[in-house]
Unconditional design. Structure first.
Length: 181
């Protein structure tokens, strides 16, 4: 329905009811008001229906995109999905024997396991061993800059520096030795 001007609507009303503009002006104005309200309501409903259709199209689009983005899980012959996580008992064993020291190592072990390795084989994997070595070095490096109350050595950088200077200068001749302030 295309938008009609007020004059076109007045002519249409006069033709529909066989009224003249001079004799039935108040009735024409009332009917014209109703027609405008109806037209506005129809346009509003069409807009809402169009918006709803667009939202539904968007919803369907994102559903299909999400399906494409999700990775397909490997299934065993019975059709059940494999989830190769370490059991709680095995985790307790690994922590108690100090094979795994923290949750980060546990998560990395599960990544190394993938879908085809047991945790025993994954622990022997070079990728896991390298991660553990690097992770230990990182933790040690971070801990060295922390205070004693936060897990560090408790010595400040100034104290460490003084100790290094004293060790270096102790064998120097008396005139060259660094004296503490």
């Amino acid at each position: 329905m295309e938008k009609k001007t007020t004059e076109q609507l007045r002519e249409e009303i006069c033709n529909d009811f066989s009224w003249t503009e001079e004799d039935n002006k108040s009735e024409i104005d009332k009917v014209l008001g109703y027609k405008k309200d109806k037209y506005t309501a129809i346009q509003s409903k069409k807009k809402k229906d169009g918006d709803l259709k667009n939202m539904m199209k968007g919803k369907e689009f994102y559903k299909t995109e999400a399906k494409k983005a999700t990775k397909t899980k490997k299934t065993d012959p019975k059709g059940e999905t494999k989830k190769n996580l370490i059991s709680a008992d095995d985790k307790a064993y690994l922590f108690s024997k100090n094979i795994i020291k923290n949750r980060t190592e546990m998560r990395h072990l599960e990544k190394v396991m993938g879908d085809d390795k047991s945790w025993e084989k994954a622990i022997e994997d070079n990728m896991f061993k390298t991660f553990v070595t690097d992770n230990d070095a990182t933790i040690k490096r971070r801990g060295s800059s922390l205070g004693a109350s936060h897990g560090g050595s408790g010595e400040s950088d100034e104290t460490i520096h003084k100790g290094i200077v004293e060790d270096f200068s102790k064998d120097l001749p008396t005139g060259l030795a660094k004296k503490q302030k």
